[in-house]
Design a protein around this ligand. Structure first.
Ligand code: PLP
Length: 352
């Protein structure tokens, strides 16, 4: 089947095959990666490879730490204010459901302010700048998984900029220097659920307040190179395989070109359809998550069932948005998008 899930999402087949081939006997150790000590040389090599591949593929400057943590992107919603809100003020650009979750989780620790929102537009666009902030940091949700919007440019502000890249990390190049913290849960473009990537400027790590439990502190994780406690070893291993796959595919440039072509072909089909449409402002459309609908729930439901019968699964939209959503993460092959286009066409022509 072609899996259009928003996450956990499709993984590249070569990654799954490699993981399968190494499952019982990792590199002659007669142990599975699942069984390796996180203090073993074999696992430390996996962690080192994953770290240097993140640095290489995203061109992460040396004044940033690369951390592999647990707790999903959701734990970052709390860790960020706990570590960085030194004067207890955090600003947000509200672009939908995941922004709101981040705002709600910061609220116990800081006064939260929304400096711009696309709520009045039903979150079908990204608010236009310029933005001003004098808070401890400004938080943005770069790619909005539910609504299918994305920032194209990092807001320019005079405070640290923090961005949730959960659903678009490694789909396109990122100008890491424009951000102070970039974070992403793994289960879309990076690998398997259980691991969260945090790329954080070293100068911010040094600000961690002292009255904070060890797991919640960025400085503890940075000092121990993500080995303070038992890290999500297998998720880190899968991420290493995914990063190696990206390199083998030709690097981020090849992946970006493929993502852009695939998203463009789906948007083009939706824009030319008499039945289906995508309501997102053209300039703010996500490459990764593409919501669409017929405008009638019964017809949407019939389409989802029809697509499933043709091997296209998990096309239902998020319950807060309705309709359909095709998530075209890095591992979605072009044949999957072509299959979706064909099913859209046939359904529109009346096939059921
Ligand atoms: N932020 C965004 C943009 C997401 O899409 C998601 C999950 O889908 C999350 C945060 C939450 O991630 P997690 O489930 O890893 O906590």
């Amino acid at each position: 089947v072609f899996n259009f899930s928003a996450g956990p999402a499709v993984l590249p087949e070569p990654v799954l095959r490699k993981a399968q081939s190494e499952l019982l006997n990792y590199r002659g150790s007669h142990q599975s990666v699942l069984e390796l000590s996180h203090r073993s040389a074999l696992f430390e090599a996996i962690l080192d490879d994953a770290t240097s591949l993140v640095r290489e593929l995203l061109e992460v400057p040396l004044d940033y730490d690369v951390l592999f943590l647990q707790g999903g992107a959701t734990l970052q919603f709390s860790m960020l204010p706990l570590n960085l809100a030194t004067t207890h003020r955090v600003d947000f650009i509200d672009t939908g459901g995941w922004s709101q979750k981040a705002i709600a989780d910061a609220a116990p620790y800081a006064s939260t302010r929304i400096i711009a929102s696309s709520r009045d537009d039903h979150y079908r666009s990204i608010p236009a700048g310029p933005f001003t902030s004098d808070a401890d940091y400004l938080h943005v949700t770069w790619n909005n998984t539910l609504e299918g919007t994305t920032f194209q440019e990092a807001p320019r502000v005079n405070v640290p900029l923090v961005a949730d890249f959960s659903s678009s990390i490694l789909s396109e190049p990122i100008d890491v220097n424009a951000f102070d913290v970039i974070y992403a849960g793994a289960q879309k473009n990076l690998g398997a659920a259980g691991m969260t990537l945090v790329i954080i400027k070293k100068s911010l790590v040094e600000q961690t307040p002292s009255a904070l439990g060890s797991y919640l502190r960025y400085d503890v994780h940075a000092k121990h190179h993500s080995l303070y406690n038992t890290p999500p070893t297998y998720s880190i291993y899968l991420t290493k395989l995914v990063l190696e796959w990206i390199k083998q595919e030709g690097g981020l440039q090849t992946i970006t070109a493929r993502n852009r072509a695939q998203a463009a072909s789906l948007y083009d089909a939706l824009d030319h359809s008499n039945l289906f449409s995508n309501q997102v402002a053209h300039t703010d459309r996500s490459l990764m998550n593409i919501p669409f609908s017929t405008g009638q729930q019964a017809l949407d439901d019939a389409f989802i069932a029809y697509a499933e019968r043709h091997g296209l699964v998990n096309l239902q939209g998020h319950r807060s948005v309705g309709g359909m959503r095709a998530s075209l993460y890095n591992a979605m092959p072009t044949t999957g998008v072509e299959a979706l286009l064909s099913v859209l066409r046939k359904f529109e022509q009346g096939e059921r």
